[in-house]
Write a protein that binds this ligand. Structure first.
Ligand code: ITT
Ligand code: MG
Length: 192
């Protein structure tokens, strides 16, 4: 089985990647470098994904991918966006982030939103490449579902009439923003 190293400390993302890459041995960076942590100082998902992938690739001397992602809500002018993980504070608390989102959306009629995922590929001696995937949905008024992570319990998928958190991991892997970004990465690798 081929290895693929992902520069993330987020267990929910690692679980998503395992279902997107069933034929690969998915390795989270913290099992190789327990103290790995990169400050996300970029202004875009692309910049932050590249920062994480390049830092890990330089430390390991091999190809690494990273994921910078988040939720963009139209009625909030694209917030929380690149700040999705730390929306309610630096301690990255998914429950607190959802509470704040529901509070900021209270009484709001326009609830359209999208998940964005940018995957960066950094390889020694090569320019970093980025690939973007998006998934459209609607911000629900309350939580439902136990699967997934982050904002999945309040991200409603109208065509399925389910929350993202009500999909199995395999179902999420078929339609998610993360899957769409990875499809583009795979297409690039197949032409390389
Ligand atoms: O930077 P790494 O170490 O990869 O982990 P992180 O959790 O800090 O990840 P990000 O900086 O990319 O922030 C993304 C946040 O956006 C949210 N998010 C991203 N993808 C999601 C998904 O598939 N489902 C639900 N929420 C998601 C979730 O709250 C994440 O913490
Ligand atoms: Mg992060």
């Amino acid at each position: 089985m081929k290895d693929i190293v992902i520069a993330t400390g987020n267990k929910g993302k690692i679980n998503d990647f395992k279902h997107i890459f069933p034929d690969y041995n998915v390795i989270g960076i913290t099992s190789l470098l327990p103290d790995f942590d990169v400050e996300e100082t970029g202004d875009t998902f692309e910049d932050n994904a590249a920062l994480k992938a390049e830092a890990a690739s330089h430390l390991l001397g091999k190809a690494v991918i990273a994921d910078d992602s988040g939720l963009a809500v139209d009625a909030l002018d694209g917030a929380p966006g690149i700040y999705s993980a730390r929306y309610a504070g630096e301690n990255k608390d998914d429950a607190a982030n959802i509470d704040l989102l529901l509070k900021n959306m209270a009484g709001q009629q326009n609830r359209s939103a999208r998940f964005v995922c940018v995957i960066a590929l950094s390889e020694p001696g090569q320019e970093t490449k980025t690939f973007r995937g998006e998934a459209e949905g609607v911000i629900a008024e309350e939580r439902r579902g136990e699967n997934g992570f982050g904002y999945d319990p309040v991200f409603y998928l109208p065509e399925r009439q389910l929350m993202m958190a009500e999909l199995t991991a395999d179902e999420k892997a078929e339609i998610s923003h993360r899957r769409k970004a990875i499809d583009q990465l795979k297409e690039y690798l197949s032409k390389e």
